[in-house]
Design a binder for this molecule. Structure first.
Ligand code: TYM
Length: 334
């Protein structure tokens, strides 16, 4: 079993990242046996699709590394690195550009969302983004890729690229990866709009809970979260058509390690005035220790750089055989 996943080091880690992906990374790392390996990385090469100044980008990478360690990624057990330090990602991406089809990329919903109406002025990097993501996964022969729902289409594309490459060059160079998407927390929604996902790019900070928010900010965001005037139903099926309520109940269930039916049974007939303080307490209790570990680590640049450097050396060694096999299959001398 080879587990691999990445996160863009742009902005803060938020509750959607945590419940949709990072919590699963930590779980898979902790359940790993001696025949498995976990690779987790900061997708800094992907992050160039959003303009950022030099200092900010350097800070973002270190901060996200500190956040992942604070969440429980153990650099002694998992390979933790930043993508830019492992040039094999960019190299394989270029090779896969020969296999990926423009039509496939045109269908990517994330590109359509991010490019918006003015596609002509979107960067080539934004369009080719999923090819680099395919390279990230295929380089390590990853079998399991823990991600949130929004990455499902990119993983399907990765499989299509792998199948076409293996077929075209008549060699099984790449393993087909499976996405691991949590059922209940695949898509955590904005606190301000139950139809939009919680996202780092939402201009309103009130829409998300950042893992760096202090206890007061968490409680205030939960208190102000959009809801409806109805009391809570006794079963989860009563949440149909109430996206904001469904989202908050889902977050509560995920944080409490239970399910939406059990949460509804607990709060049946009560209003949000009773539910929200309980949710805020639960979030504060779970997130405060992560925040404390993050704060203790984030300014220790030499420790963070050492972690990333060591991780990159291990990642480069693990990537090398596949990269060599891909060049060789294509008849490229290296
Ligand atoms: P990114 O940085 O947008 O998000 C990191 C992870 O968090 C998940 N996620 C969510 N899950 C549930 N609810 C939400 N509201 C929510 N928001 C984000 C994402 O699904 C993701 O798992 N393209 C990727 C990074 C990447 C990658 C890869 C992932 C680059 N190469 C290779 C896996 C394998 C991205 O931008 O994730």
């Amino acid at each position: 079993m080879r587990v691999l996943s990445g996160i863009q080091p742009t902005g803060n880690l938020h509750l959607g990242n945590y419940l949709g992906a990072i919590r699963n990374w930590v779980k898979m790392q902790d359940e790993m046996d001696s025949t498995s390996q976990c690779f987790f990385f900061l997708a800094d090469m992907h992050s160039i699709t959003v303009h950022e100044g030099r200092e900010q980008r350097l800070a973002n990478v270190r901060e996200m590394a500190a956040a992942l360690v604070a969440c429980g990624i153990d650099p002694d057990r998992s390979v933790l690195f930043n993508q830019a330090r492992v040039p094999a990602h960019a190299e394989l991406c270029w090779l896969l550009n020969g296999t990926a089809r423009i039509g496939w990329l045109n269908r990517m919903t994330q590109f359509k969302d991010k490019a918006g109406k003015n596609r002509e002025s979107a960067s080539v990097g934004l369009f080719a983004y999923p090819v680099l993501q395919a390279a990230d996964v295929l380089l390590y022969q990853a079998t399991h890729v823990p991600v949130g729902e929004d990455q499902k289409q990119h993983l399907e594309l990765t499989r299509d690229i792998a199948i076409k490459f293996n077929t075209d060059f008549e060699r099984e160079v790449f393993t087909l990866p499976d996405p691991i998407i949590p059922k209940e927390t695949a898509r955590i929604m904005s606190l301000r709009d139950g139809s939009a996902k919680m996202s780092k790019s939402d201009p309103s900070d009130q829409s998300r809970i950042n893992l760096t928010d202090d206890n007061d900010a968490i409680a205030q965001k939960v208190r102000k979260a959009k809801t409806d005037p109805e009391p809570l139903p006794s079963e989860a099926k009563g949440l149909e058509g109430r996206p904001e309520a469904l989202n908050l109940i889902g977050i509560y269930a995920a944080m409490a390690g239970t399910n939406a039916d059990a949460v509804c049974a607990q709060f049946a007939g009560q209003g949000f005035g009773a539910f929200k303080p309980a949710l805020a307490d639960l979030l504060v209790g779970a997130l405060a220790p992560i925040r404390d570990r993050y704060v203790a680590l984030k300014d220790d640049h030499s420790a963070l750089d050492a972690i990333l450097e060591k991780g990159a050396a291990k990642a480069s060694a693990a990537a090398e055989p596949t990269l060599r096999a891909a060049y060789d299959a294509m008849g490229l001398m290296r």
